[in-house]
Design a protein around this ligand. Structure first.
Ligand SMILES: Nc1ncnc2c1ncn2[C@@H]1O[C@H](COP(=O)(O)OP(=O)(O)O)[C@@H](O)[C@H]1O
Ligand SMILES: [Mg+2]
Length: 358
């Protein structure tokens, strides 16, 4: 190996390792849980890449350790810990099991099983609706991250990096942003990222939501729409879910509203996946050519209908999946949005639904 390259590796490797190192000591966790023999679950040292979520075992039981990053301020930590305690007390989040005095991390209950589309019979759908209503009823003071905030963030990233998007996408984002204020109608405490990967069940079948980082007050229709779309529910299933949510059969009007918000969320999904759709290889192609490629791809028939991805549990991992798969998924979400929202004369419907607010 080239000498200079070797020196560079010797300098960079330790820095890389330190930045990825787990800061928490096993003894600190043991002190909080009052147990011995902590084991970090193998291959799951980091369950994800953006946050530090650890699965551990002690005395045959599993726990989740949520580790803060060095850059997280004291206020940020306290807000998150208080929210986790509130959700534990109401039974909507995992049971809060403790934290050390320095707020380096906190520990919560491990929730056994993901609630997958295939397990959503009518009874579970009703339960899920009722549970979501319970979440929305919390009294809370802070706003959460809305889809508007999230779309703004991801579309900015797309523009900054010069990522190719299909014709009409940027205009659709602009009009989404313009219309959002008018649509912010019904406020409740929202989870903020209510998709199947964050919905789990205990051994006794009871539902618990995890991953509350985006939580806070927000538009409950938007949350219901996102839940419906990310599971790929059909109209009958939406009606059953809402029956649980409302405690009575929903009107067609209510179902239509949630359907509208469901389709609206497809733009956010498209923006997130487009943001991760290009590799360093793509960057060697001019932006003009990349736009042509993505437009040609959009016209082809070679990808799955958006809801099928959810129903089959085949959503490509936004960060690690093959870029072609990421592009196809983003295009499928964009197609769903375009067919249902862009060009549809929804302002008449909106006047009917939200007349008193517009
Ligand atoms: N309380 C929990 N019980 C069981 N698994 C959990 C729990 N919290 C997190 N996980 C696991 O860790 C993964 C990542 O955690 P999450 O908070 O959802 O972060 P992300 O922002 O990456 O979605 C989850 O998808 C789930 O597999
Ligand atoms: Mg999650």
């Amino acid at each position: 190996m080239n000498h200079k390259l070797l020196c560079l590796l010797c300098v960079l490797l330790p820095i890389f390792c330190i930045s990825n190192a787990r800061a928490i000591k096993d003894s600190d966790i043991a002190n909080v849980l009052h147990v011995h023999n902590i084991q970090f679950a193998q291959d799951k040292y980091k369950l994800n890449t953006s946050k530090r979520v650890h699965e551990i075992r002690a005395n045959e039981k599993r726990y989740i350790v949520m580790e803060f990053k060095n850059k997280d301020s004291d206020t940020y930590r306290l807000v998150e810990i208080e929210r986790a305690k509130m959700l534990s007390a109401s039974g909507c989040g995992p049971t809060f099991l403790g934290k050390p005095a320095n707020n380096e991390f906190y520990i919560v209950e491990f929730i056994d099983t993901p609630l997958k589309y295939d397990n959503l019979n009518d009874q579970k759908l009703r339960e899920l609706g009722k549970f979501t209503r319970k979440v929305h009823n919390h009294k809370y003071t802070k706003n959460g991250k809305s889809q508007l905030d999230r779309i703004k963030k991801h579309s900015k990233k797309i523009q900054k990096r010069g990522i190719a998007v299909p014709d009409g996408f940027n205009e659709a984002v602009d009009s989404f942003i313009k219309n959002s204020e008018k649509l912010d109608t019904k406020i409740g405490f929202c989870h903020g990222d209510l998709n199947p990967s964050n919905i789990r069940m205990r051994g006794d079948g009871s539902i618990v939501f995890i991953d509350w980082n985006n939580a806070g007050n927000g538009n409950v229709y938007e949350e219901l729409g996102y839940l419906v779309q990310t599971y790929g529910l059909d109209e009958r299933q939406i009606s059953v879910l809402l029956e649980g949510y409302l405690g009575e059969s929903p009107t067609q009007d209510y179902i239509d509203r949630v359907k509208f918000f469901a389709k609206r969320t497809c733009l956010l999904t498209a923006a997130v996946w487009f943001g991760f759709s290009e590799s360093s290889y793509d960057k060697k192609i001019s932006q003009k050519d990349r736009v042509k490629i993505i437009n040609d791809m959009a016209k082809s028939e070679g990808f799955m209908k958006f809801e099928e991805y959810s129903r089959k549990g085949q959503i490509p991992n936004v960060k690690s999946a093959n870029k072609d798969e990421v592009k196809k998924y983003a295009l499928s979400a964009w197609k769903e949005y375009k067919e249902n929202i862009v060009g549809a004369n929804f302002f008449d419907k909106l006047k009917k639904w939200f007349g008193s607010f517009l």
